[in-house]
Structure formats: C-alpha cells, structure tokens
Design a protein around this ligand. Structure first.
Ligand SMILES: [Zn+2]
Length: 383
C-alpha cells in the first residue's frame, strides 16, 4: 500500500505535505490527505493481566487493544498471578508473545512475589529477556533493599521502574513525594543504576526530579494521559470509573505535569493500562484501582494540544530510549480531526473501565502497521 499526502510526525515536528510509501501487503493506494503518519507509539507501562485474570485481559486482547490505540510496542508489568518473578515465567511469556500482532516486552519483578522482602535474580531475568525490573502495583520495599536492588539491576544492565508511593502514607501526594525523595537518595549511592519513576502525579514531585536530573543522576519519569487530562473532580462525575492509583489530583497538578513534560523534566507518557471487569468497578468503596488506557490514550494526548515534537518525544522516541529499544518497521496513521464517541463495549480490550465513557473525543488511529502488516484498521476508509 502506498500512502499519499500523509504528514510525517518526526522528531523535528511536521513536514507537510509530503508523500510517503509504506509497504503493507496488496492494499490499494490510499489518499491520506489530512492524516498524520507517525512511527508506532510505545507504552512503557501496561497491565495485561496474563496469567491469572482473563476476565480482565489476556496477552491477545491486550495486544489487539494496544494496536487499536496506536501502540506497536508495549511493556507488560509483572503483577500478574503468579507474578513474573522468575526466569522461567518470563521465558514462557516471551514465547507466547511471539504470536502477537505487536511487540510486547515484559518486566521482571524486582522482589519475589512483589512483597518487598527479597530480591529476584536480576541477571537471570535479564538473560530470559526482561527489559526492566519493577514491583509496580506496589511499593512495599524499604529504601535499603531498593538500593541493593538498584545496584544489582544496574549490574545486570536493567533499569528499575518504581511505583513511587510509600504504602504507610496511603495515596496522598506526600506518599509519592517521600517515595521519590527516598528513591533518589538510593540512586545517588549506586553507580550504573537507572531509576525510572512511574506515573508521577503530583506537583511536589517535579522539583525533586528536576534537581536529581540536574545533578546528573540517571533518572527518568513518566506521566499518564489521565493525570495530564483529568482531575479529582472527575470522581464526582464518573464515580468508581475514575478510581485509580495514584489518584487523580488537582488542576494545578495536571498543569505542572504538562509543563514538566514540555520542559523534558518528565520524559514520557505511559498509559498504566489497567483493565478490569465491570463487576469490580461498581462500588465506590470497594472498586478496584485502575483505568483502561490503550484505546483512549491517543485522543487524550492530542487533546492536550502539545507541540508535535513533544508528542514524538513522549510517545515514540522517549520510551524506546529509556529501555534501549530500537524503532523497527512500526507505523500508525492518525486522523487528528476525527471525532468519535467513547463506547467501551466496542473496545478490543476486555477492560471497559474508563471515565471517558460516553464522551466525544477528537483524534483517532485509523491504521496500525507492523513489519509491513496492517494489524489494525485495514477496513477503515480514508477520505
Ligand atoms: Zn503503579
């Protein structure tokens, strides 16, 4: 297939109009005027719930959903059941992922069973193909053990991704700020280590990250589309569907995060895709934490009005740089003007848990191509 007139999203912004050719089977030529051709987005943070919770997601449904959302490469967290805390489990997941339509990589757990008690074998996990270590979903480990964990992961050539939230302080902003302060201190004492902060959500974290980066520490950070675009007021509108950890914060936090992303203090956008079945998202008190991420992320990001070069850095180049991954033959075609209604029943994901349900959004992926194969949107007509 040849695409005519698509604008190309590059690191230096847009060069429009232009003509691009991507090989994709025997599809007829397509006039792609008004569309944006982007290298596939990469999501550093997703929960694919496999093994253990097929009612929420599987590798297959998660990968299909990611493709629909414009992600051609995603990184699955280790808090499955059982958790990915051994080389054997990681090898098995990698074997299964070979059949998926997009690239899926896996992190290994940092501690056995994610309990924060004893470290996993970083070198064995690296040999089995882990791209990082993380206990995401929890932050149970003490600073001393984190320091040793950073040391060993660094020696094995793996970044450590943390869910910065001191469990004894609950979910308040201070729980995040103090966890980040502690983790940066641990990082300062470890050579070769690379620490990545997941889903930074609060203004108070930004200054700490900027200072640590300024001091030359190997620190990177992500923010989610929902923390950039939504605030705690959403809870009054969407109830349990807006329940997420870390929680949605204030408008001032969202603005500070957006500025930090533009300034490069926060490196990337990652979805924290956390699918759940409807039954556990009904009741305010007992609802599970987490939001569906993949299929609404791109529209949410485009709605922020970020410069295209920031979008490229946050969604294409940054995630790959953090994990040392190459951009392969992965493309998405975006219609930045397409308006659509969020109908979770039509998601490819099993998780319909989004506070954006019923909203009109602008911006959609019309095609996803990996290795010359259309993995999403082959039937979509482009005007
Ligand atoms: Zn987390």
């Amino acid at each position: 297939m040849r695409l005519h007139h698509a604008r190309l999203l590059r690191s230096n912004g847009l060069s429009a109009p232009d003509t691009f050719y991507i090989a994709a089977g025997d599809e007829p030529d397509r006039d792609a005027r008004g569309l944006v051709l982007s290298p596939g987005w990469m999501d550093l943070h997703a929960h694919l719930r496999d093994p253990g919770a097929p009612q929420k997601e599987t590798l297959e449904t998660g990968a299909r959903s990611a493709a629909a959302g414009g992600f051609t490469h995603v990184v699955a967290m280790a808090n499955t059941d059982p958790p990915t805390d051994s080389a054997g489990r990681l090898t098995e997941l990698r074997r299964r992922s070979e059949a998926l339509p997009i690239k899926v990589d896996f992190v290994g757990a940092l501690t056995k069973g994610l309990t924060g008690d004893s470290l996993t074998d970083a070198r064995a996990l690296k040999s089995a193909g882990a791209v990082a270590l993380s206990d995401d979903g929890r932050h149970a480990l003490e600073a001393g053990l984190l320091e040793v964990g950073l040391w060993r992961a660094g020696g094995a050539g793996l970044p450590v991704l943390i869910h910065p939230q001191l469990e004894r302080l609950g979910t308040e902003p201070a729980a995040e700020v103090e966890a980040i302060r502690e983790a940066i201190e641990a990082l300062r004492r470890t050579a070769d280590a690379h620490l990545h902060l997941q889903h930074v959500s609060t203004q108070g974290s930004i200054g700490l990250i900027a200072a640590a980066k300024g001091a030359g520490l190997r620190l990177t950070a992500e923010v989610t589309p929902h923390h950039l675009a939504l605030t705690a007021a959403e809870l009054r509108i969407s109830g349990p569907l807006a329940k997420v950890n870390p929680p949605l914060r204030t408008a001032a936090d969202a603005i500070a995060l957006r500025d930090a992303l533009i300034d490069g203090i926060v490196d990337v956008i990652a979805t924290d895709h956390a699918p759940h079945e409807d039954a556990v998202k009904h009741d305010e008190e007992t609802a599970a934490y987490g939001l569906h991420g993949f299929e609404t992320a791109l529209a949410t990001v485009l709605t922020l009005g970020l410069p295209w070069e920031v979008v490229h850095r946050a969604c294409v180049a940054g995630p790959r740089r953090i994990l040392g991954q190459e951009l392969l033959d992965e493309w998405i075609l975006i219609d930045p003007d397409q308006e659509w209604l969020v109908e979770p029943e039509s998601f490819y994901s099993r998780g319909h848990n989004t506070p954006l349900k019923g909203r009109r959004m602008r911006g959609r992926v019309v095609m996803t191509v990996v290795g010359g194969k259309v993995v999403h949107g082959a039937e979509v007509a482009v005007a």
